[in-house]
Ligand binder design. Sequence first.
Ligand code: GBH
Length: 442
Amino acid sequence: MTTVPLPDFPAGFRWGVSTSAYQIEGATGVDGRGPSIWDTFAREPGRIVDGSTGDEACDHRHRYAEDIALTAGLGVSAYRFSIAWPRVQPGGAGPANAAGLDFYDRLVDGLLAAGVDPVATLFHWDLPQPLEDAGGWLNRDTAARFAEYADLTAARLGDRVKLWITLNEPFIHMTLGYGIGTHAPGRMLLFDSFPVAHHQLLGHGLAVAALRARSTSEVAIANNYSPVRQVGDTDADRVAARAYDALHNRLFTDPLLGRGYPDAPGFDPAVVRDGDLDVIAAPIDVLGVNYYNPTGIRAPEEGSPLPFEMVPLDGYPRTAFDWPVAPDGLRELLGQLHDRYRDALPPIQVTESGCAYDDVPDADGRVHDPERIAYLDGHVRAVHEAIGAGVPVTGYFVWSLLDNWEWAEGFTKRFGLVHVDYPTQRRTPKSSYTWFRDLIRR
Ligand code: GBH
């Protein structure tokens, strides 16, 4: 890690931490919550590496007051959480379940009382199971259902949530959930999953309108981006890199920012109806950017079902997930977004940035995670450089406040600034927590 002091950030820069409902809440049976696709998926043998589910997770539904205190103790100005659709509409449709919304009402009030802006994501992958039974995001009607849920939620919380995020990483949800099936709902449609892209984006656009009608707060979407590193120098490598870039970095951004769909693998114009692109391009106030690592791409082998091949990138340290630690990728990505969209680009907030390491308490119960400090230090500097080069970045959220239930990896990957001992649910701030607090305090 560099010892050069961290640079100053513009006044009003939003520092935050992020979480999501199914990964931390637990208490899946309380308040009349209905089943989600992740409850179903996690119960299927072999889906989750350690056989766990999110039934208990971090028990945040009951321990939220302690978690608010941990958040406030960091001195962050914002906390990004997600609202579980199955708590608000247990069956995925119909009137709001007041008991489900009561929890978020208390959470939001608790955050405000602690001086922390509530930033609420409406969909972080936990679709109500009854909607999946009707086709999930392959079904166009799910977009309308999502807007209805957004309306019900904003009717209750719209006066206090400071920033709405409609969808979390629709690209990852499409590819892992419907393309290759390593996430819920576990479908393997490869490029036949394009309707999932379009219906999520349509749902986003309809939800933006619903939120605007109920709330004067800012509205965003959180996309996952990964700058593409072309490996190899043939024309075929170039074509492959361009195809992957269109799929990962443009399919969910070009139409949002008014450019229509790019020529990405799987794109099917037959799914797009008249007027849809206008709905999708509804102005947003902030573009949420979730960044973890760049992707190496080269031309596929003969006979491959994919028009590209992913290759590990050499020369970077790796996290416990084996993802490369590449802060230069964040700098590159922010520059690319700026160059690509120019005047159409709203202010960016990095809504997720973080890493997994095998953090274990020492004999004194302390958790030292110097690798995470180095990771965050590098990524914070990358953001600062991008701002210096004129990219409008107005916030940075660490993934995650707490170690939590990491989807198909269950409890085996720890991303938190705070260590969680799952058997006791004891929370222990790691050294990265202190580091982040001191960074914000300066
Ligand atoms: C996010 O997804 C989620 O929003 C969040 O819920 C999750 O807990 C968090 O990140 C950590 O995973 O270099 O080929 O190995 C991140 C999606 C997909 C990003 C896989 C990194 C690495 C691919 N991730 N990707 S590779």
